[in-house]
Design a protein around this ligand. Structure first.
Ligand SMILES: *[C@@H]1O[C@H](CO)[C@@H](O)[C@H](O)[C@H]1NC(C)=O
Ligand SMILES: *[C@@H]1O[C@H](CO)[C@@H](O)[C@H](O)[C@H]1NC(C)=O
Ligand SMILES: *[C@@H]1O[C@H](CO)[C@@H](O)[C@H](O)[C@H]1NC(C)=O
Ligand SMILES: *[C@@H]1O[C@H](CO)[C@@H](O)[C@H](O)[C@H]1NC(C)=O
Ligand SMILES: [Zn+2]
Length: 392
């Protein structure tokens, strides 16, 4: 989650960085990562808005086009490409819905029963009292924390933290997931706009990394049954963060430090509360953290990860795919071997979101991304793009 002043979602990286991200698939972390070389984690008191920033650490490993990806069944790394703005929607804006791409991606919804809910006013509860009053029916997370069985909201095993960082990527990550093109409240968008947001992001990640995520995280957690059904129809399972029964969120507020609203010390105190709650719940958990800013990376690398590892009792840190017992290959369309993941071929008739015995999400076709065109640009050497949640 970000404040208005924190907007650069479209992350442009040198090709080397992109390949370094890929490399993280290969290195399953057993111990907390060291701080990036040449950088020292500042004392927590000095982690605040306006702190001096260091230059970005240099990339320690690069990978060549055509090199194998360390995910079984995934295609080799695509040929690097030159980013041409004309080929992509405008950064930080909802992509147009009248493009050939979106028209094609809309066909992925054919045969699926997308709930006929009007978009919310702006994804907030206060500005749409009618939708807020109906939040339980809509399965709207933002107002009351409503989730469905298709959402990943925690790791199943107690004391296990499924670590993720939103808004990156950065060179600290492996598993990768879709986090939308322009970071809007998805419940406030039309079906076509949601498809455009998810479709372009998925396409960008695939174009650079060669794999298409089968998971997504809605910005601000703003999801309801319509957004959920569209995501599932397009082959992406929503990953949320954990809430306590009293409605408290496992949100570190690190984004508020980057936005100048709270201090690093405040954010860390919030995280310590999260850990104390996390040690008494019956499942593991997922926390909202970000890797878009040096501030939030310093907090994670220097403080929160260590606090979890040295906690008594200690927590086990895993990527969310691993903690939820999903084979790494199934996190990507190209290497997915599971016909019923992510719920696109439930031949028994669909998925019952709210457990009332009535199928809410009807599946009508076999296999996700049937109409998804995989075009790989063939030129060059420069950058990419990925608008992603990274699940370390
Ligand atoms: C509600 O709407 C007002 C007026 O458009 C806007 O300023 C405010 O940010 C909105 N509130 C939220 C929580 O989005
Ligand atoms: C966790 O527990 C503390 C008390 O130890 C409480 O103040 C806090 O609101 C709880 N909720 C979350 C989400 O951390
Ligand atoms: C396939 O996916 C379904 C639905 O997510 C899951 O219940 C099942 O355990 C998965 N099977 C394997 C072998 O991973
Ligand atoms: C759906 O999956 C089942 C087994 O999981 C398979 O037998 C069936 O052929 C699949 N249907 C389609 C349309 O792919
Ligand atoms: Zn975000």
């Amino acid at each position: 989650m970000r404040t208005q002043s924190l907007t650069a979602l479209f992350v442009l990286l040198g090709a080397t960085n992109v390949h370094a991200i890929n490399n993280r698939h290969a290195h399953k972390r057993q111990t907390p990562p060291p701080a990036a070389s040449g950088t020292a984690i500042p004392p927590i008191e000095s982690i605040t808005f306006g702190m001096p920033t260091k230059s970005a650490p240099t990339v320690t490993a690069t990978f060549s086009p055509g090199e194998a990806v360390p995910v079984s069944g995934a295609p080799p790394l695509p040929t690097p490409f030159i980013f041409s703005p004309a080929d992509w929607p405008e950064q930080d804006h909802i992509p147009p819905t009248d493009s050939d791409e979106v028209t094609q991606w809309m066909k992925e919804l054919d045969g699926f029963d997308i709930p006929n809910l009007n978009p919310t006013v702006d994804g907030s509860c206060v500005n749409d009292t009618a939708a807020a009053a109906d939040a339980a029916n809509r399965g709207w997370w933002t107002c009351g924390g409503h989730t469905r069985g298709t959402d990943i909201v925690a790791c199943p095993d107690k004391l296990t933290w499924g670590v993720s960082f939103d808004d990156g990527p950065s060179p600290y990550s492996h598993e990768i997931s879709v986090h939308t093109w322009s970071h809007k409240h998805l419940t406030a968008l039309t079906n076509e706009q949601i498809v455009a947001e998810l479709g372009w992001t998925r396409h960008a990640i695939r174009t650079v990394l060669g794999v298409t995520p089968t998971t997504m995280r809605p910005p601000y957690g703003d999801i309801d049954d319509r957004v959920r059904a569209i995501s599932l129809a397009m082959g992406m399972i929503p990953i949320m963060w954990t809430r306590t029964p009293d409605g408290g969120q496992f949100d570190t507020n690190d984004w508020k430090v980057a936005g100048g609203l709270v201090t690093g010390k405040d954010s860390f105190a919030t995280f310590q509360n999260i850990l104390s709650n996390a040690s008494v719940i019956d499942t593991g958990f997922i926390v909202l953290q970000h890797d878009l800013y040096e501030i939030t990376v310093d907090l994670a690398i220097g403080y929160t990860l260590n606090a979890a590892l040295t906690h008594s009792p200690p927590f086990i840190l895993k990527p969310i795919g691993q903690c939820s017992n999903t084979l790494t290959g199934n996190l990507y369309f190209e290497s997915n071997q599971n016909a019923t993941f992510p719920y696109t071929n439930q031949t028994e008739g669909g998925y019952d979101f709210d457990g009332d015995g009535v199928v809410d999400f009807k599946t009508g076709k076999g296999g996700s991304n049937a109409g998804f065109t995989h075009s790989i640009p063939t030129l060059g050497v420069t950058l990419l793009v990925a608008i992603a949640v990274i699940m370390v």
